[in-house]
Design a protein around this ligand. Structure first.
Ligand code: ADP
Ligand code: MG
Length: 691
């Protein structure tokens, strides 16, 4: 929120505007927002229960006479009352109380009592019950309990929702035949039911969101998402891109011949898919998924070569300097001998180097530009940008991706406005339902095969207490001529502390292995220092590399066969999988040791178990999604908007399919309904509409 001038703030700080601000934080501005702010649960105040049938664990509403009440002093000061309705006796207990609460429960009074029953020392009791007057009329609908925030009470929300229901447009957004075909109740009916379910409606079905009214809402939400993605796709198809048809196929042939290995079947297939996309006149938006180590870089090289052979420039962007440099080295090795001109652009260039790089890009001399975020800075001008490749795309923010797209907007071809093709690469496999709902606009290519001769990494869980054994293992590996990583623990609270830990760990390992060259790599080193250390490790002069998570992404040193991760319980699942992916890249047997310190939380235990049980990136992603939910999984939590409020991708996957079909049908046949439906469900959430 923008900071307002102090004077104005003073004037506006009435209770009313404070409430409005809090409501806005819940996403509640217009009546139509309140209408789709749905209860998380209900309280049944429509009935009076009998004490005799009130079982522990149930929330009940009773009407009864107070038999006695007293302030007891032992074991601590508390107010205790007993009530009876003729079917049994119930105790009421307050551990702190006000004088007027004592008066409410004077002996002989008839009262209405609400609360959860539990088994007490003397029999059934309710702690801190809600007391009201007996004999008041009972509501005929269940009482909704809404998601809320500090300072917005349930009665306030209830009132505002009720108001909104009379003000907002509740008319049907779906074609009637669709509702009929899928057996969905009308929108207005579903909404009214959920805000005020009639007494006697199955609370279970409501709670588990299986009631038809809930099905309707979940369908609506998923449909809105599918529709917005379909629109994004349509928008993209109406854009123009330069078709990248290789004028000279010699380059691609020579690249293939220059590779030290044959491509896997999966690599061949995705190279084909990408090649066909690049030849089209609308921009490619393709997500290339492949587990860590599956060989995505070489696929990027083929895409780049095709673009260059068609006379265009290519930008490859990586999330870290180390990774960008590694790409630069690898791609240079393959492509420079074939006459491709490659430039390197990161934040760490000297001003002079930088100016030279920019000049050669702007003059169209550089065919291929490899770099970090520096690539999207304003000064960089590409006269012939045809293709943008993002490696580890999930590490880039949404804003950065859009920015990079805009770069290409300056490309003009025969007077037409063109945007570049885009290839996103990711080692975070996105489970099918998630891909279908959030990336439906991206075409997906999958490398589902690892290069031959790799044996899966063996993962060992080792308690901190057995650290010495791990040292012995490191020693053996290095004596055998192999290399190892030692990953330092995450220290969330403080970067300085994390750094210190890394330095200490290195010192400790130097002392433990006087005959070994132990390198150190962390985020605070200058790029030149990092480069030097990585170079030493690559060439084998450094045998043991102590590192923070800077090595998490993409680093590729095939001779490194052992990885030790300290305090593995502090890392997330995706992160552990990425880290482990740094080993198992050569033909030798690789081992990943997860050193942990107990006691483990439930979640940490599950994570380590997942790492131990599988090396399959898709399975890991599935479990990660299960643990963290889609928002965090996709790294979109910062948008402040939940991705889906009511539907759940796992349990509602059948509805996802229905919504997908319905979206295609509506786009074809009912454009007006599409507009209306999106207005209702996508207000203020335009950031989720990827294009
Ligand atoms: P990632 O998909 O994780 O980015 P890389 O592109 O870094 O994987 O490739 C991992 C390693 O496998 C690299 O050393 C690469 O040269 C090698 N590689 C890639 N494709 C093949 C292949 N078809 N056969 C053998 N090795 C390959
Ligand atoms: Mg990679």
């Amino acid at each position: 929120m923008a900071q307002e001038p102090a004077a104005q703030r003073g004037r506006d700080d009435t209770a009313g505007s404070q409430l409005e601000r809090k409501l806005q934080r819940l996403g509640l501005r217009e009546p139509s927002d309140f209408v789709v702010h749905l209860p998380i649960r209900y309280e049944d105040e429509t009935r009076i229960h009998s004490i005799g049938a009130a079982l522990p664990g149930r929330t009940v509403q009773l009407e009864a006479e107070v038999l006695f009440s007293e302030v007891q002093l032992r074991p601590r000061r508390q107010l205790v009352a007993a009530i009876s309705d003729g079917t049994g006796r119930m105790y009421l207990r307050w551990l702190h109380f006000y004088p007027n609460q004592r008066r409410q429960v004077e002996a002989g009074k008839r009262i209405r009592v609400r609360g959860e029953v539990r088994q007490g020392f003397n029999g059934p009791e309710i702690v801190h019950p809600r007391i009201s007057k007996a004999g008041e009329p009972l509501p005929d609908a269940l009482t909704p309990v809404y998601p809320t925030t500090d300072g917005v009470s349930q009665p306030v929300l209830r009132k505002r929702v009720q108001q909104a229901l009379t003000q907002a447009d509740l008319s049907e957004s779906l074609p009637p035949e669709l509702c009929h075909r899928l057996g969905l109740p009308p929108f207005a009916e579903a909404i009214r039911t959920l805000h005020a379910p009639p007494a006697g409606m199955s609370e279970q079905a409501l709670l588990e969101r299986e009631h038809p009214a809930w099905r309707r809402i979940k369908f609506d939400e998923l449909l809105a998402q599918q529709l917005s993605l379909a629109l994004a796709r349509r928008r993209r198809r109406s854009q123009r891109a330069q078709p990248l048809v290789a004028r000279d196929t010699e380059l691609l042939k020579r690249l293939r011949d220059a590779l030290p290995f044959p491509l896997t079947g999966a690599q061949e297939r995705v190279i084909e898919e990408i090649s066909a996309d690049l030849a089209r006149t609308f921009p490619m938006h393709r997500l290339l998924q492949g587990d860590v180590g599956s060989g995505k870089t070489v696929v990027a090289a083929f895409a780049a070569a095709q673009a260059v052979a068609s006379g265009h420039q290519v930008a490859i962007m990586a999330p870290t300097e180390i990774l960008a440099e590694q790409h630069f080295n690898k791609l240079s090795g393959w492509l420079v001998p074939l006459g491709v001109r490659i430039v390197w652009l990161t934040g760490s260039l000297t001003p002079k180097q930088r100016r030279q790089a920019l000049e050669s890009i702007a003059a169209g001399e550089a065919d291929l530009v490899v770099g970090t975020q520096a690539l999207i800075q304003d000064k960089v001008q590409f006269p012939r940008l045809g293709l943008v490749i993002l490696d580890e795309q999930h590490r880039f923010g949404v804003a950065q991706r859009l920015e990079l797209n805009r770069k290409g907007d300056r490309v003009e071809g025969e007077g037409e406005h063109c945007v570049p093709h885009q290839l996103n690469m990711s080692a975070t496999p996105i489970p099918r339902t998630l891909a279908m709902t959030f990336f439906a606009d991206l075409d997906v290519s999958l490398i589902d095969e690892l290069p031959p001769g790799r044996s899966p990494v063996i993962t060992k869980l080792v308690s901190e207490a057995r650290r010495e054994e791990v040292l012995a293992l490191v020693h053996r590996e290095v004596l055998a001529g192999r290399q190892a990583y030692w990953v330092c623990p995450l220290v969330e609270e403080s970067e300085a502390l994390q750094l210190q830990t890394a330095v200490d760990t290195q010192q400790w390992l130097v002392d433990a292995f006087p005959d070994m060259k132990v390198g150190l790599l962390h985020g605070r080193m200058t790029p030149a220092e990092k480069q030097q250390v990585m170079e030493g490790f690559r060439l084998g002069s450094v045998q043991l590399l102590v590192a923070t998570t800077v090595i998490e992404v993409g680093v590729d040193v095939p001779n490194a066969c052992l990885m030790v991760i300290e305090h593995a319980e502090r890392f997330g699942l995706a992160q552990l999988h990425q880290l482990r992916g740094r080993v198992g890249r050569g033909s030798g047997q690789s081992v990943c040791v997860l050193l942990y310190q107990g006691p483990l939380s439930m979640v940490a235990r599950e994570r380590l178990r997942a790492m131990y049980e599988t090396t399959d990136g898709f399975e890991i992603a599935r479990r990660d999604l299960e643990q963290r939910g889609p928002g965090e999984f996709l790294g979109m939590r910062q948008s402040g908007q939940e991705l889906l409020r009511y539907a759940d991708l796992q349990s509602d996957s059948a509805i996802v399919e229905e919504a997908r079909e319905a979206a295609a049908w509506m786009m074809q046949n009912h454009p007006d309904s599409v507009r209306k439906h999106l207005q209702r469900w996508m207000r203020g959430r335009e950031d989720l509409l990827r294009s």
